[in-house]
Ligand binder design. Structure first.
Ligand SMILES: Cc1cc2nc3c(=O)[nH]c(=O)nc-3n(C[C@H](O)[C@H](O)[C@H](O)COP(=O)(O)OP(=O)(O)OC[C@H]3O[C@@H](n4cnc5c(N)ncnc54)[C@H](O)[C@@H]3O)c2cc1C
Length: 252
């Protein structure tokens, strides 16, 4: 479960133009950006976004790329966190035509390409689904695809990001299973699991160690640690588990 070094030969700040802003949920927005001279990215990588106020004050945060490598314009999906300096701006103030500074792509470790063998097991908590979605979108563009499963955890049904698209991807593809669990509510008609992802839930919905899956776990730090521990408890080799923690980032 070692975190690898960042890759990226030309990590320069670029000025990107906002092409579109789409509401995914009440608090999450997908922002499409045209980035001049974008060098391309791998599914799972992220960028740093830097905001500069009129008085010169700057704030910088990391955001995963949600779009697949095949797409020229990149998409970020940002979930507003309460009192969040950068996420509030990106989700509430950003409009098409705005310009944002970003650099990347960053991260060579938490990436997946369609050429990697073995079933793909993705486990996400909240906005941790973003880099996993880039992997599933990339996989959908591949002619031959390994089987894949996504297990994701949300507080409520309405908080689920990409819900319709995931449903469409899974209904078109018998090799893809998507399961969401809800931790804070049990809405009428909900047929999926309830509660946090633990060893029992992973046993029920994730590939077993004997199937030798490639495991990617992403979300808030306590979520990632709990899931990685449960996977090891089930017998998965720690070196097969790739993790990305969405803890606070930036220049504090
Ligand atoms: C590699 C990487 C990729 C990331 N990708 C994404 C992504 O695709 N989409 C996305 O929405 N976020 C992503 N994040 C998180 C993002 O970088 C910011 O931490 C988040 O947007 C909060 O920044 P902020 O300036 O709004 O909040 P801040 O002003 O920094 O913090 C406000 C309050 O929220 C708390 N807080 C900060 N970050 C988080 C968090 N992630 N979750 C819960 N509480 C938090 C702080 O402790 C503080 O109390 C990623 C983080 C990393 C490290």
């Amino acid at each position: 479960m070692t975190e690898g070094a960042d890759s990226g030969p030309r990590l320069v700040w670029r000025e990107a133009e906002v092409l579109a802003v789409v509401a995914e949920t009440a608090s999450a927005r997908s922002i499409t950006l045209r980035v001049p001279d974008w060098p391309g990215h791998a599914a799972g990588q992220h960028v740093d976004v830097r905001l500069t106020a009129d008085d010169g004050y700057q704030a910088q945060r990391s955001y995963s790329i949600a779009s697949p490598p095949e797409q020229a314009d990149i998409v970020l999906t940002v979930e507003r966190v309460e009192d969040g300096e950068v996420s509030s701006y990106l989700t509430e103030e950003t409009r098409p035509g705005d310009r944002l500074e970003l650099r990347g792509p960053i991260g060579g470790y938490f990436t997946w390409t369609g050429t990697l063998p073995g079933p793909l097991q993705l486990v996400g908590g909240g906005s941790g689904i973003v880099p996993l979605m880039a992997m599933l979108r990339h996989r959908a563009n591949e002619r031959t695809r390994p089987a894949a499963r996504l297990l994701s955890s949300w507080r409520t049904r309405d908080a689920i990001i990409y819900r319709d698209e995931l449903e469409r991807l899974a209904s078109d593809d018998p090799q893809l299973a998507v399961v969401h669990t809800l931790t804070r509510e049990s809405p009428p008609g909900w047929s999926g699991p309830r509660g946090r992802i633990d060893a029992d839930m992973l046993r029920a919905f994730a590939y077993a160690p004997e199937q030798q899956p490639r495991l990617y776990v992403c979300g808030p730090t306590p979520f990632v640690e709990a899931v990685a521990d449960a996977l090891v408890q089930l017998g998965h080799a720690p070196e097969c588990i790739k993790t990305e923690r969405f803890g606070p980032t930036g220049d504090r």
